[in-house]
Design a binder for this molecule. Structure first.
Ligand code: NAI
Length: 380
């Protein structure tokens, strides 16, 4: 595992817990080595997160013959270099999202994994929420008919405070983009997963807080440690993006993402309107999928709430009755389960680097549109 911050904890918990939830897997993940550029962090993470050893040099680790999977949980600027080296060394790879800073990098990563024929996954874990997979099932079954509109949001407020420090997430050379790459890409993933490929975009971006206190220390604490009176540096990414969409299949829609929406914490939503019904999901109520089927009689037609449980996707592995609750950790557990299944059964991962590359193409088109103030086609 390369990187020892927030996502290292989430992924390590998932490797440890996955075999307790999904008992039918043919392989049990084993946590061998964790790497961080900061030795102190790497050492502490190895002890806390259950790794056998640690290192400060990812290059020595990607060559280790005892390691089968490289898990990339570093900031976005190092994903491409690490993934390409790991593919050349014949390792299966899971990389955090966005797959990289831009589509030029994701294309190189995609070519590397295709050439090496290694399994590759990009960690858009929100699609692993049972209610989201249930929405996909209903759409595939034709329960809401042909889709007309997808309306997605990802609203947070952790950076609304100007004292929230200038971490790597506010620097273009490290992050690629701001709210778009960090959270908007999760909504693009929902759009691709549930509706289909996006063909054209029209976007506008804003940077509300133009400079922030420089962060000290390696880990981004997502605004929880304020910058105080330290020196300030410029923010060169978007705080907010609003985008209109046209899909290849004729559907239309919109995506909004911001980290400056006071009162919204992880307000990741979609509403999908089809010719025969509608679906609504809000991650802040992640056990629930709201559905409305047009064929219901006039006197009872309306949104109703399905509480996910054993009758729904991943129900065989997760908790035995609806209402016990699904959390962020469970989405990561399902993600690891799918990764291990793909490797042992020699199947494609979903989502994979091709999905990550398509999302990068859409993101690049959104930034180009925000610049030119015109509709921009996505060349997939
Ligand atoms: P973080 O700032 O908490 O941790 C990153 C760690 O990587 C730091 O400890 C840093 O010292 C280390 N690092 C940086 N460059 C390195 C290198 N070359 N070699 C080894 N270690 C290096 O960051 P966080 O929040 O864990 O984000 C990591 C990735 O995960 C990002 O791509 C981010 O977009 C993604 N992410 C995904 C989420 C999801 O829900 N799927 C949620 C949060 C982050």
């Amino acid at each position: 595992m390369i990187g020892a911050g927030f996502m290292a904890k989430a992924h390590s918990m998932a490797y440890a817990s996955m075999p307790m939830f999904f008992t039918n897997t043919e392989a049990t993940p084993y946590r061998k080595t964790i790497v961080d550029v900061t030795e102190e962090l790497a050492k502490a993470a190895a002890e806390r997160l259950g790794f056998e050893n640690y290192s400060t040099d990812w290059r020595s680790v990607v060559e280790d013959p005892e390691i089968d999977i490289i898990d990339i949980v570093t900031p976005n600027d190092s994903h491409a270099e690490i993934a390409i080296a790991a593919a050349k060394a014949g390792k299966h790879i899971i990389s955090e999202k966005p797959l990289a800073r831009n589509a030029k990098e994701t294309k190189e990563m995609l070519e590397a994994v295709q050439q090496a024929k290694v399994r590759n996954m990009v960690a858009f874990n929100y699609r692993k929420t049972p209610a989201v997979a249930l929405a996909k099932k209903f759409i595939d079954e034709g329960a809401i008919g042909k889709i007309m509109n997808f309306r997605g949001t990802y609203l947070q407020d952790w950076s609304a405070d100007p004292e929230s420090p200038l971490s790597w997430r506010f620097q273009k050379d490290k992050a690629g983009s701001g709210a778009l790459g960090d959270i908007g890409t999760h909504v693009i993933d929902f759009a691709h997963y549930l509706v289909g490929d996006i063909a054209e975009v029209m976007a506008t971006t804003q940077t509300w807080v133009k400079e922030r206190p420089i962060q000290t220390g390696g880990i981004d604490s997502l605004g929880n440690v304020k910058g105080g009176n330290t020196e300030k540096g410029p923010v060169d990414v978007d705080d907010e993006i609003s985008t209109l969409l046209r899909f290849k299949n004729g559907a239309v829609g919109s995506i909004e993402a911001t980290r400056n929406a006071w009162g919204r914490h992880n307000f990741l939503t979609f509403e999908i309107h089809g010719e025969k019904g509608s679906l609504y999901f809000n991650y802040e109520r992640r056990d629930e999928l709201q559905v409305c089927f047009a064929e219901d009689g006039d006197d009872r037609r309306g949104y109703r709430t399905i509480y996910t449980g054993p009758a729904h996707p991943y129900g065989e592995g997760l908790w035995p009755i609806p209402g016990l609750g699904i959390g962020y950790s469970e989405t990561k557990i399902v993600e690891v389960y799918h990764l291990i299944e793909a490797i042992t059964k020699n199947q494609e991962c979903e989502p994979n680097f091709l999905d990550g590359h398509k999302i990068a193409l859409v993101s690049d088109a959104m930034l180009e549109s925000a610049e030119s103030q015109r509709w921009v086609r996505v060349d997939l």
